[in-house]
Structure formats: C-alpha cells, structure tokens
Design a protein around this ligand. Structure first.
Ligand code: PMP
Length: 303
C-alpha cells in the first residue's frame, strides 16, 4: 500500500483526490516542489537532497501566491520523512509537495479562499539521458516574464509555458528546449537551469532573467567553487553565445547534471560530454548518494 499526505494526515494513496471545482485545478493557483530521494544500496539508506531548502522555496512561492501553509518548514520536513518511511521504497524517489487554493468555487483571485497541502511521492530514475549528452533546440515559446507570471515561484500554472516548449522540442526530435525571456536573454530549460562555458569562463543567467531559483544551481555553484576553484559568473547570455560555447550543461532536481552536446543542430565543443561537466557529474552523484562525507549536511537520511 502506498500513502500520501492529504488534508492534514497520511492516507492511503487512492484517497488523496481533489474535486473538479478546486480553484487550483481550474486556475493553476498552486505551488509545488520536486525533491529527490537517492537510494544507496551499500548503506541501505535513502538520502533526501536539500529537503529544508525545498520547503523554504515552497514557503517563498506561497508568499508570492498568498497561500497559507498550516505547517512550519520543520514540520513539513518531518512529515516528508514519515511519509517516505511509510512508503518504504528502496530505489530513487521523487517527492512532490503541492500547496494550493483548495476552495471549490468559480472566480478569480487569491484571497478569501482555503489553502491546503498535499505531498506524494513516486519511484523516479533518470529524467534525461545523463550518460551520453542531450540535443536541444531553442524554443519559439518565450519563458514567462516575472511580471506576467512570477518566474521565481514554482507555480503549477507556469508549467503550461514549460509544457508548450517541451512538446515543441520533442515533436521536432530534440531532447529538451532552451527558453528566452522576451528581451532575448537566455533564461533556462523547461525544468532546468543552464550553465555555459566559454573561453575559460563559466556563466549562468542571473535571477532577473526569469529563472527559477534552482536548488541544484546553488549546489553546483558551491561544488564548482569548493572542489574546482571555479567562480561562476552570473550574467545574461545571448542566443548565439550558446552556439559558440565550449561546454553547456543543464541542471535541476530531475535533470541532475545533463550535458548538452548539440544546440539548434550545432555541435557544442567536440560533441561529447565536456570536461568540467564530466567532473561535476561525478562529484554531484557521489554527494547526492551520500558517498562524500564532506557534503552529508546536504542530505537527510530517511531510515
Ligand atoms: N527551472 C524550472 C522551471 C524548474 O521547474 C526546475 C525544477 N524544479 C528548475 C529550474 C531547477 O530547479 P531545482 O534545481 O531546484 O530542481
């Protein structure tokens, strides 16, 4: 039997159902997180990556969307651990907390509505092919602007934008799409932040280019600095800087560290996974699986 957290308690998964009039279902007024749990077979342990950071971002998304959380960050971490333990997976998992406007009413707005929170999880392997590098296109769909739909909040409705871009990419035979802001700056993938290496400089778009404030992005900035002495430059990036880059990688909870080997049918570097990307992948997977003692503070054991 699998379980979810729903309306304040842990219930059998089939009981976690919402009505069709639910505000968030109709208007996209929910915010969510995607958190990974990594199973370490040798240690018979599940490690949840950056649990607290994800709930802190959820709280920021809630603030933007005027969703009241009935539990503190600390409580949410505890509930998540209890739920993960009860589901008893012994493989990598993906945890999805979702806070939402739960009133069953017709009409727009954010106030005068009930708020609720659910947490569910599922087994989850690779999301993009990490081993051989991915082929991406630039999207004809712009990334949402912060003053249209707040980009730094992880809002359910926002993913219409990401889904349009992802569908276009897949239908045209690519693995993923890179989206631009309306001003032409590179923003991010459909669920990943982007890093671009050129002439010995590693760059990533700043928060004000409509990116989600990625937790993997922060992890990688820290690893690059601590482990390789590389300072990441946060600055806006143009479309054609992508074409002439030496290395590009995407990162996110789902994508982890994914090498981009081709963009708009132009080969990046020598068309193979770049040197920095390869080194970063190695250390990242060691860290998240609990095999690097220096970064155990990033992880919360379940069992
Ligand atoms: N951008 C978007 C739009 C995303 O959905 C995600 C995944 N949450 C990311 C970037 C990467 O963020 P994180 O590293 O926190 O998963």
């Amino acid at each position: 039997m699998k379980y979810a957290f729903f309306k304040g308690k842990i219930v059998p998964f089939p009981e976690a159902k919402i009505g069709v009039m639910t505000h968030a279902f109709n208007y996209g007024t929910g915010v969510f997180e995607g958190i990974r749990g990594y199973w370490n077979d040798q240690k018979s342990q599940m490690y949840i990556l950056k649990l607290k950071d994800h709930y802190e971002r959820l709280a920021r998304s809630c603030k933007i969307m005027k969703i009241r959380l009935h539990n503190s960050t600390e409580d949410l971490c505890k509930i998540t651990l209890e739920l993960a333990k009860k589901n008893a997976y012994k493989e990598d998992i993906y945890i999805r907390p979702l806070a939402y406007k739960s009133s069953e009413v017709i009409g727009l707005g954010l106030t005068g509505l009930d708020d609720d929170l659910t947490i569910f999880l599922s087994p989850f392997g690779e999301y993009l092919d990490i081993s051989k590098g991915i082929r991406v296109c630039t999207s004809s769909w712009w990334r949402i602007d912060d003053n249209a739909v707040p980009a730094r909040a992880k809002i359910t409705g926002t993913y219409v934008n990401s889904s349009l871009a992802k569908a276009e990419a897949i239908e045209n035979g690519f693995d993923e799409a890179i989206m631009f802001s309306s001003d032409g700056h590179v923003s991010e993938g459909t669920g990943e932040n982007i890093f671009v290496m050129r002439n010995g400089k590693l760059m990533t778009p700043p928060f004000c280019d409509n990116i989600l404030e990625g937790i993997t992005r922060e992890c990688l900035i820290e690893l690059l600095k601590n482990e390789f002495g590389i300072e990441v430059l946060e600055r806006s990036i143009d479309r054609t800087e992508l074409y002439i880059a030496d290395e590009i990688f995407l990162c996110g909870t789902g994508a982890q560290v994914s090498s981009v080997v081709e963009i708009d049918r132009r080969q990046i570097g020598n068309g193979k996974i770049g040197e920095i990307t390869k080194k970063l992948q190695k250390i990242y997977f060691d860290v998240v699986k609990g095999n690097n003692p220096k970064y155990l503070s990033w992880l919360t054991p379940v069992y």
